[in-house]
Design a protein around this ligand. Structure first.
Ligand code: ADP
Length: 738
């Protein structure tokens, strides 16, 4: 039995078995009951009366149809009923008390690694003793253990992720590291020189040459200043190099991301975090690692100084910074959890911001005056996000103040020790001055060290997300392509079913369609009948739930999305607008070959946009759109013609047109559709158009309804059938859309 969902029957059987003095095995999950029980242990559960259970006992009880294994921290009689308060060791909040009825039994023995262990060995006795007598310290022990394991896992995942950050910048990293080491050492060398200078001046040391000391001190100051300048320059260099590398990885990853990822909210959260964090986290982590290196070198020389003065003072110094470090590690985890929880709301806020500030929404925003609606939504989400963040900062501030006060007290204790030693003539004035400065610097060095350390731990959690996004194979749904095709035979769609990941409905159901090479098929049907979905599947953007798509008898899955798209030219309903020069807008259609201007102009002519482009200020070289200086904005219809020209320029064997004329006026539409018909002659073509009269020429017309092909044939055959197509056609005629 384990802690999965239970039904009444199973529970009753378990109770029955226990009442007959049988025992049950319970497989633990999570971090439950550390250090006594660990994940995967098999706990042997025996019957136990609720009234006889003591604090520290580990019991199994039922909560919301699950079996939970927890340790008792308190038993209470409330309103005449026994109420037992328990706590899972890794549980952050106190669990709900459970009643005696929900108690299944007690754990006295368990199995780990195939060996039976009882709670009688010393380790478990101690753990039970701690819980029975010092429940708070038991929890502290567990917290410390969790903290240590977090630190350990941070270090191991940093070892894995850091090389990815500094890839191609390794040399720069080492230059920065050497500068950091020197920066860590030199302030202390200056301090030592000043100590000797004071000793010479106060005549406590007469063996050293004052001029030599003065020159060395000045040189040390100059060198420190040079190091600072070098650091600024080389850090900028590594920052740029790391940024280039990270953005390259990010953009390459986006290029290979399946389309379904952009439609799944969870994946969108991941993408959002990766994109957002990519701009600064990697640099922060490089900075933190360099600061860590600097403070390690400072600490080494500091250790030497303290051994020279009084060795035990170093422990006071470490004790002073320890609480601050613990609280930072603790809060770094909390920060991450908060950020993760907030991902969706953050995206929501950015979305409202885009509506309130983006050009595509500006017209409707003014026309319908719904600015306040989105303003309110934006503010609501923003307030919630900010309040949550502030709440955490407040808590962090309280912990911070407490640890700083603790540190100051310890610093004064050590100052008192040194003052006492000096008053008794046990330390020279130079050493005293050196100590004051060394202690002050030492405090900030150690603080910096732990800050760097916790910063690394914090950034590393985010980096983990990023590297998962960049490298994780589990995202890769596309199988490595093993086949290619040039479409000489045709396309076969067999028993195809498909549902979107975020939907339970079938968008396509049992589609069977044969498209011989060189023939044209028109897909018609009401909105939402599955036409675009079929086109997207043909592009390889999604994989079929079941059934097959075959290009020249080769399975689409074996060809892969890239391989399929190489042979496709398409115009989508939601075509994109690129704010780049007109000529390059066409060239985007076939980047794999040298640019052919003649072919581009020909494509523009076929799409009916040649005249528009030629008449722009700088002709085909004019920047399109109004995002950048010198750009010229076009109408939506003209943009659509450019999208068509781009597809024509590509000149692939398979043409897919999804409402290619939706934004065109009636005359342009007729013209373009006629030209597309001409252009697609001899090429395999699939076209979707709401204007049924313009696709009559197709060799085959398929009528889709609720994801299924309900009719297929030529225009004449379908009209004769007097079915769905006839209805659609008659309706479009009476609407005057002919
Ligand atoms: P058509 O092109 O015929 O208008 P679509 O193929 O766009 O229809 O849509 C078919 C069905 O799939 C519709 O019910 C629609 O709600 C659903 N759908 C379309 N795109 C998505 C998507 N990205 N995620 C979930 N469901 C979708």
């Amino acid at each position: 039995m384990n802690n999965q969902e239970l039904n009444e029957n199973m529970y009753d059987v378990a109770v029955e078995l226990l009442s007959k003095n049988h025992s049950l095995n319970y497989r633990t999950k999570g971090m439950s009951m550390y250090p006594t029980l660990r994940p995967g242990d098999k706990a042997i559960v025996e019957k136990c009366e609720a009234g006889k259970c003591k604090r520290g006992d580990i019991v199994v009880f039922r909560q919301d149809n699950k079996l939970i294994c927890h340790r008792i921290i308190k038993s209470d009689f409330r309103w005449g009923e026994l109420s037992i308060l328990t706590k899972g060791d890794n549980c952050r909040k106190a669990d709900k008390p459970f009643t005696s009825d929900s108690l299944l039994g007690i754990v006295r023995v368990f199995e780990r690694d195939g060996k039976q262990r009882s709670f009688d060995d010393n380790r478990h006795r101690i753990s039970k003793f701690i819980y029975q007598n010092l429940p708070k310290s038991g929890l502290i022990y567990n917290r410390m253990h969790q903290l240590a394991s977090r630190v350990f896992s941070s270090v191991t995942s940093l070892k894995r992720n850091f090389p990815m950050v500094i890839q191609n910048s390794e040399k720069l990293f080492w230059i920065n590291a050497i500068i950091s080491v020197l920066q860590g050492i030199f302030p202390f060398i200056t301090l030592i020189l000043i100590k000797f200078l004071i000793d010479v001046l106060t005549k406590q040391n007469e063996s050293l040459n004052i001029w030599l000391l003065l020159t060395a001190t000045a040189a040390s100051y100059i060198f420190t200043a040079i190091l600072n300048e070098l650091k600024t320059y080389y850090f900028e260099k590594i920052s740029q190099s790391v940024s280039k590398n990270i953005y390259q990885k990010l953009h390459q990853r986006h290029g290979t991301l399946p389309l379904s990822h952009y439609e799944n909210p969870e994946q969108q959260d991941k993408i959002h975090r990766a994109v957002q964090e990519a701009s600064y986290r990697p640099l922060k982590i490089v900075n933190a690692v360099l600061n860590g290196i600097k403070s390690v070198s400072s600490s080494a020389i500091l250790l030497f100084l303290f051994v020279f003065i009084r060795w035990y003072l170093i422990f006071i110094l470490i004790a002073a910074v320890l609480p601050g470090m613990i609280s930072r590690i603790y809060f770094s985890q909390k920060n991450y959890r908060l950020k993760k929880d907030q991902s969706q709301r953050e995206r929501e806020m950015y979305y409202y911001n885009r509506i309130l500030t983006g050009i595509p929404f500006a017209k409707e925003l003014k026309l319908f005056s719904f600015m306040h609606y989105f303003l309110n939504r934006f503010r609501k989400v923003q307030n919630r996000l900010f309040e949550e963040r502030l709440g955490l900062r407040r808590l962090e501030m309280r912990f911070g103040i407490a640890s700083q006060i603790f540190a100051v007290i310890l610093i004064f204790v050590s100052l008192a020790v040194v003052a006492f030693l000096s008053l008794n003539g046990m330390l020279s004035i130079g050493t005293l001055v050196m100590f004051f400065f060394a202690f002050q610097r030492g405090y900030s060095v150690l603080n910096e060290f732990f800050r760097a350390f916790t910063q690394i731990a914090e950034d590393n959690i985010f980096l983990q997300d990023f590297s998962e996004f960049i490298e994780n194979e589990k995202f890769e749904k596309n199988i490595q392509p093993t086949e290619s095709f040039i479409l000489t035979k045709g396309i076969s769609i067999r028993n195809l079913n498909f549902s979107y990941v975020n939907s339970t409905r079938e968008a396509l159901h049992n589609i069977n369609l044969e498209i011989p090479a060189g023939q044209s098929v028109a897909l018609v049907g009401a909105n939402g009948s599955g036409k675009t979905t079929l086109i997207k599947l043909l592009c390889g953007f999604y994989q079929a739930g079941s059934g097959q798509i075959l290009f020249d008898n080769k399975n689409a899955n074996d060809i892969g999305q890239e391989g399929i798209c190489r042979n496709i030219s398409a115009v989508f309903q939601d075509f994109a607008l690129y704010n780049i020069p007109a000529i390059e807008n066409l060239y985007l259609g076939d980047f794999s070959k040298e640019f052919n201007e003649e072919k581009a102009r020909e494509a523009a002519k076929t799409a009916g946009v040649d005249e528009v482009l030629s008449n722009l200020a700088q002709g085909y070289k004019t920047m399109l759109g109004n995002l950048f200086k010198g750009g010229e904005e076009l109408s939506v219809g003209q943009w659509q013609k450019i999208a068509i020209a781009r597809a024509i320029y590509r000149d692939a064997p398979l043409l897919l047109f999804d409402e290619p004329s939706s934004a065109l006026d009636a005359t342009s539409e007729q013209e373009i559709l006629a030209k597309l018909r001409e252009f697609s002659r001899g090429k395999t073509t699939i076209i979707i158009s709401h204007r049924l009269s313009s696709v009559q020429w197709a060799d085959k017309i398929c009528v889709l309804d609720k994801g299924t092909i309900v009719e297929e044939g030529t225009h004449e055959q379908l009209i004769e059938q007097r079915g769905k197509y006839y209805q659609l056609y008659s309706a479009s005629k009476s609407n005057g859309s002919k």
